[in-house]
Design a protein around this ligand. Sequence first.
Ligand SMILES: Cc1cc2nc3c(=O)[nH]c(=O)nc-3n(C[C@H](O)[C@H](O)[C@H](O)COP(=O)(O)O)c2cc1C
Length: 345
Amino acid sequence: MTASFWQTLQRPIIGLAPMDGVTDAAFRALVDSTGHPDILFTEFTSVEGLHHGGVKLLNPLIRHKTTTPILGQIFGYTPEAFYKAAFIVSEMGLDGIDINMGCPDRDVAKKGGGAALIKTPSFAQEIIQKTKQGASDWAQGKTLQEAGVREHICTWIHTYREKNALELSERKPLPVSVKTRLGFDKIVTHEWISTLLKMEPAAISLHGRTLRQLYSGFANWDEIGRAAELAHQTNTLLLGNGDIQNKRDAEEKVKQYHVDGVLIGRAAFGNPWVFTNEEVSVQTRLKTALAHCELFEKLTPDLHFLSLRKHLAWYTKGFDGSAEVRDRLMKTKNIEEVRNIINDV
Ligand SMILES: Cc1cc2nc3c(=O)[nH]c(=O)nc-3n(C[C@H](O)[C@H](O)[C@H](O)COP(=O)(O)O)c2cc1C
């Protein structure tokens, strides 16, 4: 296995979990500059969608300028499409490829992708192998076109790279990691994690619930600890995930369950300071909400403003007069209106 950023990161690794509809390029940039997590994940992107030439699906893979490693997360059920997606994530200038094997979406699971891969271990292994092969062939100099990526995706990426002056100095195979759950309808940590470890992924991020549990109950950290014991016999890192509320909580989990790190998801909603233990004033929160909108405009002008509203609602919770500010923000249609309201508070 080629050395990658995973080996050089200081332990414990504390990262922002991938969240569809939330961890877009603007939110990642904001969390990066405010909370300084060690790694960031994109939202998941469908490999079949990329395979069929969906250029809009490249938006989640846009990166802001940073030295913090960003993992492009992909999901699907077609090994050949994973192979091509590995080329696309590499060419987009991201730092790692993460395969989603935990998504509970019914449509994804019905076709055998996401968490359904837990039920088909050898197929899951084939998908990891194909993704690694794609990363490796790209590093050897094979082009997007030679890999069979659709022409308009190639053109989009080419323009994106030029516009952002993304230079490819040295091609290295991106590390491949997996994010998954404890099982599909029952806990199968030992078998499942052992299956994944055989493929030598750089890291496994483990959400301590089965798919059937979705988000109910509590994450089972004892099982995450068992997975960490297995991973420690290999070169694969194990990150735990589930219900972490703040940095102190993250540090305690690392100590108690001997994981190499953790991912924080929902506790980061409207709260990029979750990575710092910092208490911030209402003014700081509002200023940050505006900074978030400005990053959104700069990084992803093609995306619709409305997707910012949920973030605005999260930033404006729990202070005197917050309901009124929130109500006003929920009616905004553009960033100028947000700016006027926030400057008015
Ligand atoms: C709105 C939302 C979207 C999510 N999207 C993804 C995703 O795209 N990929 C993924 O691997 N997990 C996804 N997850 C799961 C989270 O990464 C994480 O595993 C889960 O929320 C548990 O962590 P937490 O308790 O810290 O939130 C999503 C979770 C939420 C709440």
